[in-house]
Design a binder for this molecule. Structure first.
Ligand code: XMP
Length: 493
């Protein structure tokens, strides 16, 4: 009976075990559509989501990734208040409407108004009386009058005939109205009361990122990590405006995690993604709890040691395809999390049934990731560490520990923790948008070779060819000394 276990063991495959076979194609890379569903209610323009790791995703990276069409998951190795703040920062950064508006009143002197504008670095102010918007005054209006001696007040020179808009206006409509009326700012009113202001500068900034992931109000999308049993954090993040919550756990087929998923789901408005899992059975169990997305990957990550420490894991392409067989029947998106080294791996993950990929290593080391650049042996690096590494579990808020069902109590000795990740450094990669451009460029090239016009077609038509170790050797550059590093083929020395 034991020998049967060995004989009947399934062979597990991962990225380097396959290539994609070229197909007859009627589509070119530049014309493919990379739109992908990340959860039941959210779609992204590019199939990339960043890892909830303290060396990968905080506000800055989440904003940069959402601007180019993906979504960031703010990590949870910080206090609840800090994570809430980070979510709010991402949401407000992409807000077309400025909510915290500086105003003046009709009786103010022009000197006071000028000083206020300088202090707040704004070039115009709405004028409010009894909470109602009654006018608007700009730097341009007051400049000629201040040049001469005058005791005029705001009410004497303000524009009373104010062009206003409603909260729900789209950026394009706002721009049209601003141009038609030759105004630079549009007060946003609800029932005659000022609730915000839209400036042309913000509209143009908004248009700079046509691919950006936005909610219905035009704000950038953001996801945030929560613990498998942390209802308080989940509710706080939901109230802070997170669009998606990601339950961040090393083994989401733990039945306590499965059962608690429905409690989390019942208490939030945001979509709920749960992971990580590696089997179809785990997918069935979680889907029955009403979750909105699944994350796949036990131990494929570049800094993970779970497969070595616990001897547990499923090579990633086998895991993705097993989960996708189940998830696709229920219309639940699948996120392939960890182990991706090149853009070609994104294409292979999708061909195996994933909707999108979660990247840690490939985004760590960008300008926008947390941490400083350090120089070692004349080369620039940034820190990258596993959330189950000793450093992450004992530093920060200890948010790495409960991911692995471990707990830090009082002055407990660190030797009582069992790490499942290591700490290291990755080469500094420059700006995130350049990195993502190369990754998506590679994916699009792949879709062109496979004849897939979009992600759903890629899942259906892409065919795998199983390769040997000689095949993988032949695939990489060989028999030359690389003299210039390519932006999409890093060499670690
Ligand atoms: P990559 O390969 O992109 O993987 O660097 C990132 C993913 O790895 C997971 N992760 C861990 N897994 N021990 C693990 O076994 C760890 O310490 C650890 N930290 C992160 C996580 O799913 C991430 O998205």
């Amino acid at each position: 009976m034991f020998s049967k276990k060995i004989k009947e063991a399934e062979l597990g495959y991962t990225y380097d075990d396959f290539l994609l076979s070229p197909n007859e194609s009627w589509i070119e890379a530049k014309d493919v559509n990379t739109t992908a569903k990340v959860s039941k209610n959210f779609e992204l323009n590019i199939p990339i989501i960043s890892s909830a790791m303290d060396t990968v995703t905080e506000t800055e990276l989440a904003i940069a990734l959402a601007q180019v069409g993906g979504i960031g998951v703010i990590h949870r190795n910080m206090t609840l208040e800090q994570e809430v703040e980070q979510v709010k920062n991402v949401k407000s950064s992409g807000d077309l409407t400025i909510r915290d508006v500086v105003t003046t009143n009709p009786e103010s002197s022009l000197d006071t108004v000028r000083d206020l504008m300088e202090q707040e670095a704004v070039s115009g102010l709405p004028v409010i009386e009894d909470e109602n918007l009654i006018g608007i005054i700009s730097k341009r209006d007051i400049k000629p009058i201040l040049a001469s001696v005058s005791d005029k007040k705001v009410k004497d020179i303000m524009t009373s005939d104010v062009v206003t808009v409603e909260d729900s206006i789209s950026p394009l409509d706002a721009l049209d109205i601003a141009y038609e009326n030759k105004v630079e700012r549009l007060p946003v009113v609800r029932d005659g009361k000022l609730v915000g202001i839209i400036t042309i500068r913000d509209i143009l900034n908004h248009k700079k990122y046509p691919q950006a992931s936005r909610d219905k109000e035009g704000k950038l999308l953001v996801a945030a990590a929560t613990g498998p049993f942390d209802l308080e954090r989940a509710i706080a993040l939901d109230e802070a405006g997170a669009d998606i919550l990601a339950v961040d756990c090393a083994h989401a087929h733990n039945m306590n995690v499965v059962n608690f998923a429905s409690t989390l789901k019942d208490n939030i408005d945001a979509d709920l993604i749960v992971g990580n899992i590696a089997t179809g059975e785990a997918a069935e169990a979680l889907i029955s709890q009403g979750i909105d997305g699944l994350k796949v990957g036990i131990g494929p990550g570049s800094m993970c040691t779970t497969r070595i420490i616990a001897g547990v894991g499923v090579p990633q392409l086998t895991a993705i395809s097993d989960v996708a067989d189940v998830a696709s029947k229920h219309g639940i998106p699948v996120i392939a999390d960890g182990g991706l080294r090149y853009s070609g791996d994104i294409a292979k993950a999708i061909a195996a049934g994933a909707d999108l990929v979660m990247l840690g290593n490939l985004l760590a080391g960008t300008y926008e990731s947390p941490g400083d650049v350090v120089v070692m042996n004349g080369r620039q690096y940034k820190q990258y560490r596993g959330m189950g590494s000793m450093g992450a579990m004992t530093g920060g808020f200890g948010g790495g520990a409960d991911r692995y069902f471990q707990e830090i109590k009082g002055h407990m000795k660190h030797s009582k923790l069992v790490p499942e990740g290591v700490e290291g450094a990755v080469p500094y990669k420059g700006m995130l948008n350049d990195v993502v451009f190369q990754l998506i460029g590679g994916l699009k090239a792949s879709m062109g070779y496979c004849g897939a016009k979009d992600i759903e077609t890629m899942k259906k038509v892409a065919k795998f060819v199983r390769i040997t170790s000689s095949g993988i050797k032949e695939s990489h550059p060989h028999d030359l000394l690389i003299t210039n590093e390519s932006p999409n083929y890093p060499t670690l020395d």
